[in-house]
Design a protein around this ligand. Structure first.
Ligand code: ADP
Ligand code: MG
Length: 566
């Protein structure tokens, strides 16, 4: 169909003049489509076939989502705009990574397969703020809803109370995404009222108060929910904190009383622990039982740890919220990046996954030396900073280090019943794989001797985890009160030099004992602080306000490596 230009031109001009403030919201598609339009010759006719596209309001929508950076999320406005251009052509702008750029193909297929319609013309998707890189497929859902909102036929309401995140399958189903807890916390902070995420992640948002979280299975379910045509199952208020059944118990560990005591002291003050003993003496067995005597994880700690596990994508349908202290035991072939975090994009490593829990390094000297060296920063600071080309990122990494090692390569050095076949230089080389600065950060060293046959076959059960846990809990309560005004310090293991001076005052007998220990036992000066910290915990376990000589005496025994006795 053809139309004469003057009429059309007049109509366009008058609408522009009538609506000057809204000028920017009008698009003169016609200018582009027909050069003839600029010619005011009355005899020429317009070449355009589609009259309706001459002037129409900007077709745009805005949906809120969030992007995860490090362990936190920040709000992202997903703007969708349609304009003149090829129908079905989509441009995604706003510093998207490959996964985000690819989302357009998933989104269009998902919309088609959900029997819905996307708007006509070329679609531009902008992810604002454009200065921060957007990663991963979690923007599929907000982009799809933004497209659908443009078509009034889809009857999508105002989206400002909502925050949406989710990956779309081509069929329109929703797939789980990473970082839902961080996204939920950000949505709450920005005043959003409703969060819609994939069903398989929804539980992660449970601890965020004042935000209605819903899990959806598909794009159709989300659209129907937004239209008010169907309901979604809301996420229950609080995660279930009943710990799962713990199969292991300290009652199964026969003998080794002094080792169990050292582990109890370590757990009570959150001290790093190194066990040294021949193969089969029960080191791994004891380490595995450590979580059974640690105090239950608190809600604040659980949120911190869940955020990290969530962005690593290791939470699944039946386990969406961390309700127990993590126990991580990476193999000794782990890379620096695997332990600390990293790869091309900074992601958390084992030290961060163990945040608020235990990092167990079995066969410590077998780890690459460089890998052990990089442990020093998180051990000191409780966090780890990773620098990559893509940027630098800091992740929390406050964990209790538990390590185990043989005394020599064959494992039988010092074993009265088995001969050690290693030469002195081999033994020396083996031990020197552990650097002084690393050992310096381990408060308790304990020897685990080979267990006697009669002890192993004994039917008498040792003390169970419940009784030990009770003592640990009481000692931690004392520390909680002590450090209530000391910022992020929660236990004796984290005490700084200033706090040591404040809380570990010795009486004259204690000063004399430690002086003798340092000189007679050939203790290094760096062992001094460690002894004071551990003695404080031993006193706390005994319910004593003042560190006494007996507490110091026990703490001195936990410095095997400094004493050079093995
Ligand atoms: N003190 C112990 N009480 C009961 N069983 C033990 C003890 N020590 C070792 N065992 C048995 O020996 C096995 C090997 O112990 P493990 O902890 O792997 O030794 P390590 O790590 O020191 O080489 C354990 O699974 C357990 O069955
Ligand atoms: Mg072992």
């Amino acid at each position: 169909m053809q139309a004469s230009i003057p009429d059309r031109n007049k109509r366009g001009q008058s609408r522009i003049l009538d609506n000057l403030p809204g000028l920017l919201t009008l698009r003169l598609l016609h200018y582009r489509r027909s050069a003839i339009f600029l010619d005011h010759n009355k005899n020429k006719t317009c070449q355009c076939s589609d009259n309706a596209t001459l002037l129409r309001p900007v077709m745009a929508s805005k949906v809120y989502s969030a992007a995860v950076v490090g362990v936190d999320a920040f709000e992202v406005e997903v703007e969708v705009h349609t304009g003149y251009g090829d129908h079905g052509k989509v441009a995604v702008v706003g510093l998207p990574d490959t996964a985000v750029r690819e989302s357009k193909d998933r989104v269009l297929s998902a919309i088609t397969n959900s029997a819905l319609r996307w708007p006509r013309g070329k679609i531009t998707v902008n992810l604002a703020p454009a200065t921060v890189r957007k990663e991963g497929p979690s923007f599929d859902l907000p982009i799809a809803i933004g497209m659908l909102k443009i078509n009034d036929d889809n009857r999508i309401p105002d989206l400002s109370p909502y925050c949406l995140a989710g990956e779309l399958a081509l069929s329109g189903e929703l797939r789980p995404v990473r970082g839902v807890l961080a996204i939920a916390l950000e949505a709450k902070k920005r005043g959003r009222e409703i969060l819609i995420v994939p069903k398989l992640n929804a539980e992660e948002a449970a601890p965020v108060q004042g935000l209605a979280a819903y899990g959806a299975g598909s794009l159709t379910e989300v659209v129907n929910f937004l239209r008010g045509e169907s309901v979604l199952q809301p996420v229950a208020g609080q995660p279930n904190f009943v710990p799962g059944k713990i199969d292991d118990d300290f009652a199964e560990v026969h003998g080794q009383q002094h080792v169990k005591r050292a582990v109890e002291v370590a757990a009570a003050g959150s001290h790093n622990l190194l066990m040294i003993g021949p193969p089969g003496s029960g080191k791994s067995m004891i380490a595995k039982r450590l979580p059974t005597i640690l105090p239950p994880i608190t809600m604040a700690e659980a949120i911190e740890t869940t955020k990290i596990h969530s962005i690593c994508g290791i939470l699944n349908g039946s386990h969406q919220f961390v309700t127990e202290r993590p126990f991580r035991s990476p193999h000794h072939t782990v890379s620096d990046a695997g332990l600390l975090g990293g790869s091309a994009q900074p992601t958390p490593g084992e030290v961060s996954l163990a945040h608020n829990g235990v990092l167990f390094l079995d066969e410590l000297p077998e780890f690459h030396r460089s890998t052990l060296e990089v442990l020093r920063q998180p051990l000191e600071d409780g966090k780890v900073t990773i620098s990559r080309a893509a940027g630098s990122m800091t992740f929390p990494a406050s964990f209790m280090l538990v390590a185990a090692m043989n005394p020599c390569p064959c494992g039988h050095y010092g074993n009265p019943r088995r001969e050690c076949r290693c030469s002195p230089s081999q033994v020396q080389r083996y031990r020197s794989r552990l650097s002084g600065p690393l050992l310096d950060r381990i408060d308790i060293h304990i020897e685990v001797p080979a267990i006697e046959m009669n002890e192993l076959t004994s039917t008498v059960e040792g003390e169970g985890s419940a009784a030990i846990r009770d003592r640990v809990r009481r000692a931690r309560l004392v520390q909680q009160k002590r450090f209530a005004r000391e910022g992020s310090i929660r236990n004796n293991g984290q005490m700084t030099t200033r706090l040591l001076k404040k809380y570990c005052r010795l009486d004259s007998e204690g000063i004399e004992l430690i002086r003798k220990a340092v000189t007679n036992l050939n203790l290094s000066a760096r062992a001094y602080d460690r002894i004071l910290k551990v003695a404080r915990t031993i006193a706390d376990l005994a319910g004593a306000d003042q560190i006494a000589a007996e507490h110091l005496g026990e703490a001195v025994q936990y410095r095997t490596l400094d004493r050079g006795l093995w």
